[in-house]
Design a protein around this ligand. Sequence first.
Ligand code: ARG
Length: 587
Amino acid sequence: MAPVTSLSDSVHQQLASALSATRPDAAGADPLLRRSDRADYQANGILALAKKAKANPRELAAEVVAHVTTGELIADVEVSGPGFLNITVADRAITGNLAARYADDTGRLGVPLAAEPGTTVIDYAQPNVAKEMHVGHLRSAVIGDAVRQLLEFTGETVVRRHHIGDWGTQFGMLIQYLDEHPHELDHSGGEVSGEEAMSNLDRLYKAARKLFDSDEEFKTRARRRVVDLQAGDPHTLAMWQKFVDESKIYFFSVFEKLDMEIRDPDIVGESGYNDMLAETCRLLEERGVAVRSEGALCVFFDDVKGPDGKPVPLIVQKSDGGYGYAATDLSAIRNRVFDLKADTLLYVVDARQSLHFKMVFETARRAGWLNDDVQAVQLAFGTVLGKDGKPFKTRAGETVRLVDLLDEAVDRASAVVREKARDLSEEEITERGTQVGIGAVKYADLSTSANRDYKFDLDQMVSLNGDTSVYLQYAYARIRSILRKAGDVRPAARPELPLHEAERALGLHLDAFAEQVTEAAREYAPHKLTAYLYQLASLYTTFYDKCPVLKAATPEQMANRLFLCDITARTLHQGMALLGIRTPERL
Ligand code: ARG
């Protein structure tokens, strides 16, 4: 099934040829077409053209109008204001275009694939081993997974990397403790749940920490363990592996709760680059990118200085020979560029790490690993705030555990579902409550641009009115119910019928789905798709108020309206799926 050319693209083409037919020097000029309240589209490009040609814009606009063929596509075009064109599209063209999208049996609704897709490695959902997941990890996972799906939908080859924090000096302490208390991670009773896994780790971490702080001899033994770990001592490595495995059980349970697919081979943590670290340092030093300073291997930048005015370097290797976060990230870049053959590296990471990435990317450019053809981008996200506008904390001032937050969202959502439910069983209420609750959390995160902070407000998130996933999910379920009442047949579009104002508005918006998806993918901006879908649900609501569907005046009109209902449902479903949000058939 061929992709469908959108109405705005077709109108754009016609205007562009009218422009060049009017004046040869206007060939290639952009008519600057926008959706408009006054007509279907407005073209503003003539103003700039008139200025360049020293012509009267209204006169030039009138000349262009004379060169526009009205008919099949454009029903009407007129000059307005200082020299704009107001364009009205034919009803037949709207319905016809939607029918072509509807006929796309690939489920893509006529959305084209990118002309020249590339390979993107996306680094997202990267919690830390032996630590509880918090709201920051939520954002990386939710935004990252939406962007991943958007990119895949446009045809990009996407490699997922979960750069989990699985290496570092804290493991010396943990391993030493476990070695001395060998039964603490034993699972003689069979399978462990995610929750058990975390409480095991938590208990162990606290106990190890306590001993580390109070017992000098344990501290010494723990430090020696770090050296053993780095040297690759097999017994120590096996102990370390136990922590990683236990943590993964926990991570998988949280990601499952989040209704998100994380695949084991895509988890390549910091430790995955250990073999490359020495080589990375050697290359950087050889190329003069990094220099020894007070024993450490450092990279300096003109514009990165501390409060005292002294340059703050990126430390690639510490003076004691240890490697840190930067060495790992630089090695990961080499792996992603040269082994995975990426042309884009995307990092969905907290804005508070922006300086780190700025320095790492610049270092990689100086080393020649990144260049004009291979780019790295941090999709930096803001902080999650509490209702009070301060960073989100529990009453006791502790970081909020992600699982608690998700459980609460599901509880609240279940209450909302239960209140509205008429013919749902208890089991269905639980299932819908989960889909609505998790959807609400994801939607709230995806409905503001990622770089902004946002307030975590569960009351607002599960509200039925307003810009929430619940509102969209109810809109979808309502449409599905209408379609069921009509017998769940595939309605046939009737392009010959004149359209009501509300049908036109809905239809034009539906036609813009492809552009919105493409733009959201290109700009790594899932919030643009979210805004589009919210508007779609609103336009549908207006349509439904104004235009009787099951009680339409004629069977043809009923068919055409059912068709509009169905394509709206499919667009909502597809759009929400790209955001990782479920659309239950009944609510
Ligand atoms: N594990 C880190 C954290 O929790 C995020 C890792 C980000 N990715 C990277 N390549 N550095 O803050």
